[in-house]
Design a protein around this ligand. Structure first.
Ligand code: ES4
Ligand code: ZN
Length: 330
């Protein structure tokens, strides 16, 4: 109970959050009704009961199916506004949010609709509550690099309009069989364009994918990265370079990356000097938002209060905020 109030009181940042993964079953059903989309589930309870995953792909199948209810600018706005309300309740002060335009443009939704809905909610939260945020447009790695280039081309005309928010490029979806090198050219182009770069690596994929993300894609953070522990030299490098890892404990448990939270390597990585951060990934699917993620590791791994503070500080340091704004978060 004391730990809960301690975690709740900490100002936090969220650096690994897929906005499509914040769509709670209740809102998913409401949007399905609003847009007259048929769902293969009879009720909110039946849908939630289906969230029983064996690996990343078993989750992604449901996650992409769920995203089909998102059709209008208002839908993207409402999903984002609901996430911000939930994050604020957890004392999250700043969020850098992934969105997957290809999930939507593949279904005939305009990329401008996706940007506009998300951005309207983020700007409103900034103006009304001082909640700061950024948008990280992520490429789906199960699709081709050519497809990623097409998405980048479609998004670039929107860059000026969203310069206050859109500052990053990410890489997500099915990791195994889709190594970072597949996206070398498009990441090089995004780097020339001045975007911050991140990529999912070492969630299900091997340490070599983390090396590829660092050396070929030249990312500034590794999303997940928990499999770095299998390569001691890589671990030493990550510590030396203070390379942030955006670790997502409840996600790792739900997707069977670990079979028991007590066996999660977050504490070992942190104690080896890596810049570990705590994040919620797809909280509507994985059973917990930010405070739940902090509390799960605090309890299972017997973290000290100093370690919990360090995790939150790492999150501020690893954010893409200007130094002056980082100072205002503590
Ligand atoms: C994701 Cl946990 C995870 N890994 C890779 N891609 C994703 N997209 C949404 N959640
Ligand atoms: Zn993720």
């Amino acid at each position: 109970a004391a730990m809960r109030s301690f975690v709740e009181a900490l100002p936090k940042t969220e650096l690994h959050l897929h906005i499509e993964g914040t769509l709670e079953p209740e809102l998913l059903f409401a949007l399905a009704q609003r847009n007259k989309v048929a769902l293969p589930y009879a009720s909110v309870e039946a849908l939630r009961a289906a969230y029983d995953f064996t690996d990343l792909q078993s989750f992604l199948d449901l996650y992409y199916a769920g995203a089909n209810v998102l059709q209008t600018e208002q839908d993207f706005h409402d999903m984002t506004a609901a996430y911000i309300a939930r994050a604020r309740a957890d004392n999250v002060r700043h969020a850098e949010i992934f969105f997957d335009p290809q999930t939507h443009t593949e279904r005939g939704i305009g990329i401008d609709v996706v940007f506009a809905g998300i951005a309207r909610a983020l700007r409103q939260a900034r103006d009304e509550h001082g909640f700061s945020s950024a948008m990280i447009m992520s490429f789906l790695r199960h699709l081709s690099e050519e497809d990623a280039f097409t998405t980048l081309k479609a998004a670039l005309p929107l860059r000026e309009q969203y310069r206050d928010l859109w500052n990053g490029i990410g890489l997500d979806s099915s990791e195994r069989g889709n190594p970072p090198e597949k996206f070398a050219k498009v990441f090089a182009r995004c780097r020339e364009l001045g975007f911050h770069l991140v990529a999912h690596a070492g969630e299900e994929g091997p340490p070599a994918y983390i090396l590829g993300a660092l050396d070929v894609l030249k990312v500034e953070r590794i999303d997940h990265g928990v499999r770095s522990e299998e390569d001691p030299a890589l671990m030493e490098r990550l510590a030396r370079e203070k390379m942030p890892l955006t670790v997502c404990p409840l996600s790792n448990l739900k997707l069977c990356v670990v079979d028991d939270m007590a066996k999660h390597n977050l504490a070992r990585l942190l104690r080896a000097g890596l810049a570990v951060t705590v994040n919620s990934d797809d909280p509507a699917y994985f059973g917990g938002y930010m405070n739940d993620n902090y509390l799960a590791v605090a309890s299972a791994l017997e973290l000290s209060r100093a370690e919990i503070v360090q995790l939150a500080r790492n999150g501020i340091d690893a954010s893409f905020l200007p130094a002056a704004d980082k100072g205002r978060l503590t």
